[in-house]
Design a protein around this ligand. Structure first.
Ligand SMILES: Nc1ncnc2c1ncn2[C@@H]1O[C@H](COP(=O)(O)OP(=O)(O)OP(=O)(O)O)[C@@H](O)[C@H]1O
Length: 242
């Protein structure tokens, strides 16, 4: 089977005027369609850099990125933007919501960009936001929302198009356990529909819900753990008081 996402000997060096930072030093990884993969590792080990390269948001210093059988690290900005719009949903660490649009309009945007009608976009945004516990925040501006609410708007936006691949940088980073449970439920539902998930996380409960955990250290894959596919479906948040 062709992997849906692949990194081949991927390296990224940041040159900050004299001092070089070797953020990634030769990453090989292969994500199958429909997999839920968590990326973990200490601060500064290269997780966000890896995610940005896999999403085509930044370019590697060397090595290759393949998305759905197509090499993407050499595509033009226009081609990359088109590809991302069609295939990738991305939840940024700092959300990147459009400040002048309402929460619902932020979620509708990717649907409108691929030519869906306004009514359909509005309906999908409303359903997704309700599922994430922010149905009453549709008309709010991003600046009127808490960090956790903004994060869920960003997630709704990433899922709106039903993209083949959902990439997320700390998607539960700002959430209390009730909101984190709603986010994880939605992510798992996306996986159950066949979408591929690759999430950078410090949250052990998100990692526990994944099919595979890839651990990075100093810009390299230090180990990978396949979690039992037949493990009990007990929800990692069950037993939480929050
Ligand atoms: N734009 C940049 N310019 C220079 N150095 C950078 C840049 N972005 C990241 N780095 C450096 O590259 C290394 C990897 O950073 P990265 O953000 O990928 O780590 P991370 O594992 O995601 O960290 P965290 O868990 O703290 O978010 C770090 O040493 C960081 O300081």
């Amino acid at each position: 089977m062709t992997p849906v996402l692949e990194a081949r000997d991927l390296a990224k060096t940041y040159d900050t005027g004299g001092a070089k930072v070797f953020a990634l030093r030769g990453i090989d990884l292969s994500i199958e369609s429909g997999e839920f993969v968590a990326i973990t590792g200490p601060s500064g080990c290269g997780k966000s850099t890896l995610l940005n390269l896999l999403a085509g948001l930044d370019r590697p210093t060397s090595g290759q990125v393949w998305l759905d059988g197509e090499r993407i690290d050499q595509l033009s900005e226009t081609e990359l933007a088109r590809l991302r719009r069609r295939k990738v949903g991305f939840v940024f660490q700092f959300f990147n919501l459009m400040p002048t649009l309402s929460a619902a309009e932020n979620v509708e945007l990717p649907l409108l960009l691929v030519g869906r009608g306004r009514k359909e976009a509005r309906r999908s945004a409303s359903t997704l936001m309700s599922d994430l516990g922010i149905g009453d925040k549709q008309d709010a501006a991003p600046a009127q929302l808490s960090g956790g609410e903004q994060q869920r708007v960003a997630l709704a936006r990433a899922l709106a198009n039903s993209p083949d691949i959902v990439l997320g940088d700390e998607p539960t980073g700002n959430l209390d356990s009730v909101a984190a449970r709603e986010v994880l439920t939605l992510l798992r539902a996306a996986r159950d529909r066949g979408q591929t998930l690759l999430l950078v996380t410090h949250d052990a409960r998100v990692a526990a819900a994944a099919d595979r955990v890839i651990n990075l250290r100093d810009g390299l894959v230090s180990d990978q753990t396949e979690l039992q596919p037949a493990r009990p479906v007990a929800f990692p948040f069950d037993g939480d008081s929050g």
